[in-house]
Design a binder for this molecule. Structure first.
Ligand code: ZN
Length: 152
């Protein structure tokens, strides 16, 4: 259901999450992160709030062909620490979990692993255009390592 290695998140995708979180205020935004070519490049919006998220997740996992790397959601309070329901959710949903908060800019988010520990996540400039797959693969092969580890 998920891939072990993720190189980073596409900048456009991060912006989408931040923008969606801001426009969802005062309600929390939540989504699943999906991976293509080792890059988090898509967000599947999860309906519901912190406590109803698990049931929404179960339904979403019935979708075929989804490669889920983790999740993203907002904490309108600005406290970016994961709550207990968050930690439960993280442990079942992949290894990359973004929590974003006000002011919803490129610095107002944190990435956690499945155990709720902060981890680095590279923000990558990816060009989403027709022919994405071809050019992108070449790009990846030629570029140096993004520089974040897979953890212990
Ligand atoms: Zn939360």
């Amino acid at each position: 259901m998920r891939k072990g290695k993720v190189r980073g998140i596409a900048r456009d995708t991060l912006h989408f999450i931040l923008e969606a979180s801001r426009s969802s205020l005062p309600v929390e935004f939540a989504g699943l992160l999906s991976v293509e070519d080792d890059i988090i490049s898509d967000v599947l919006i999860l309906p519901g709030t912190e406590n109803s998220r698990m049931s929404a997740l179960v339904r979403l996992y019935m979708l075929p062909n989804m490669s889920v790397a983790g999740s993203a959601h907002s904490h309108p309070s600005g406290d970016l620490r994961p709550s207990d329901p968050d930690l439960q959710f993280f442990s079942r949903t992949g290894d990359y979990h973004l929590i974003v908060g006000p002011p919803f800019d490129e610095t107002s988010w944190v990435c956690y692993d499945r155990s709720g520990k902060r981890r680095d996540l590279a923000v990558l400039d990816v060009d989403f255009k027709d022919g994405f797959d071809d050019t992108f693969d070449d790009d990846l092969d030629g570029s140096s390592d993004a520089g974040f580890g897979d953890g212990p």
